[in-house]
Design a protein around this ligand. Structure first.
Ligand SMILES: Nc1nc2c(ncn2[C@@H]2O[C@H](COP(=O)(O)OP(=O)(O)O)[C@@H](O)[C@H]2O)c(=O)[nH]1
Ligand SMILES: [Mg+2]
Length: 419
């Protein structure tokens, strides 16, 4: 499977290997073949199957706009190999140096295909004609030159076990063409014998890192999108805090939860969008803090009102008490007055009684006087009667009638005097 950034000579290399022009080689780096294509050929009794892998535009790989599509194309290319690859031919042009773009592209390809990728990689350095021209006057071989390289190139050379091949796609001599074809085929065979095949299982094992890489490249866009949503949410929370209501709280809570869920869905547990999740959680925690603060303020307000009410009641009680004291004082005064009146009454009654007693005494006195006067009269006539009775007894019975007449006369006189 051929791979690498656009314009490095993938299609030309594929055509050279197959000895036919099945892959469309572009003359400019701008025209690219993004879709993979496959072709077969016979080379020295060996059946060759070559997949012209998806062209990774430099811009794609460095800016990382569409890793998802690239991965899709890669997996499509893998399917074209029936799920197993003998070798990945990473194509890079001699003379253009091993650029940062190449490094970035390779890093992403490694993530797409996983750990086993490097074990199955061969670096094909195209523009062999240019190399030969430059080295024409020196005895430096391609291998010598590779070993002399520094930096990322050297790192890559070591990493893939020195599997570097120089390729001249402009070669005209058939023997030289076959020679370079043979070199690549032998290297692939050696690799397969040593490492086995790269299979779709290896691809599956790389899924986690691949998805994470895709997400990482999508992250800036996603972050921008979510940051806008978070800003809107924060603005709405601010509005809500100025005029809190139960329905607004509910709607904000629902939105916070939905946003968290959406971020988690995109993150798929890779932690790439962790930062966004933290932002939403921060907004959520601010909301909770403010709500708590508002609740506390309301409670303080309520307590204050309660206290004010208590104070008011206490004052009223005090006022009532004073009123009662006044009433009590008045009652006592009334009682005192009553008692005074009672005393006066009692005195009046006593005076009356005394008066009555005096009157009685006076009456009794008078009566006694009268009795005394009567008694005095009675005693005179009694004496007279006794004398009369004595005289009568002495007089003879014949004069009893005359004596009784005198007695009756005396009694009639007495009754007339005292009744
Ligand atoms: N001189 C020279 N040009 C080459 C070589 N290989 C490819 N090219 C040219 O480089 C350009 C890009 O090649 P192409 O195969 O389309 O690159 P791809 O985008 O990787 O498929 C084309 O104009 C090719 O003719 C080479 O070995 N020597
Ligand atoms: Mg191409």
């Amino acid at each position: 499977m051929l791979m690498g950034t656009t314009g490095q000579g993938k299609s030309a290399t594929g055509n050279m290997l197959l000895s036919k022009q099945d892959f469309k080689a572009a003359s400019t780096a701008t025209s690219q073949t993004k879709e993979p294509s496959v072709s077969f050929a016979q080379f020295e009794n060996k059946k060759l199957q070559v997949v012209d892998g998806p062209g990774l535009a430099d811009t794609d790989m460095t800016v990382g706009q569409d890793r998802e599509a690239t991965t899709k194309n890669m997996s499509q290319a893998l399917a074209m190999c029936y799920g197993s690859v003998d070798a990945f031919l990473f194509v890079t042009k001699y003379g253009s140096r091993f650029t940062l773009q190449d490094t970035a592209a390779l890093e992403d390809i490694k993530k797409i295909f996983g750990d086993k990728f490097m074990e199955h990689m061969i670096v094909v350095v195209t523009n062999g004609d240019q190399f030969q021209d430059e080295m024409a006057d020196s005895s430096v071989s391609f291998d010598d030159w590779c070993r002399e390289q520094k930096g990322t190139f050297q790192k890559l050379y070591t990493e893939c076990g020195g599997r570097f091949v120089l390729f001249n796609n402009k070669e005209k001599e058939e023997e030289k063409k076959n020679e370079q074809r043979r070199k690549v085929v032998e290297m692939v065979e050696g690799l397969t014998n040593q490492q086995g095949l790269y299979t779709s299982r290896c691809f599956q094992e790389a899924e986690f890192e691949r998805e994470k890489m895709i997400l990482k490249h999508k992250a800036p866009l996603l972050k921008k999108e979510f940051q806008e949503k978070i800003c809107l949410l924060a603005a709405d929370i601010d509005k809500y805090l100025r005029k809190p209501s139960e329905s607004a709280t509910m709607s904000i809570i629902v939105r916070v939860e939905a946003l968290k869920e959406e971020i988690k869905k995109h993150d798929k547990g890779y932690g790439v969008l962790e930062e966004l999740l933290k932002m939403v959680e921060q907004v959520e925690s601010n909301l909770k803090d403010t709500e708590e603060f508002l609740r506390e303020t309301k409670e303080i307000e309520r307590n204050l009102k309660d206290k004010e009410e208590l104070l008011r009641q206490a004052k009223e009680t005090e006022r009532n008490l004073k009123d009662k004291e006044e009433l009590l004082r008045q009652a006592k005064e009334t009682e005192r007055n009553l008692r005074d009146k009672e005393k006066l009454l009692r005195q009046a009654m006593e005076t009356e009684r005394n008066l009555r007693d005096n009157k009685e005494l006076f009456r009794l006195g008078k009566e006694m006087e009268e009795i005394r006067v009567k008694q005095a009269g009675w005693s005179f006539f009694g004496t007279m009667r006794t004398i009369g009775r004595g005289v009568g007894a002495l007089v003879a019975l014949p004069i009893v009638v005359a004596a009784s007449g005198v007695g009756g006369l005396a009694t009639g006189v007495k009754d007339m005097l005292f009744d």
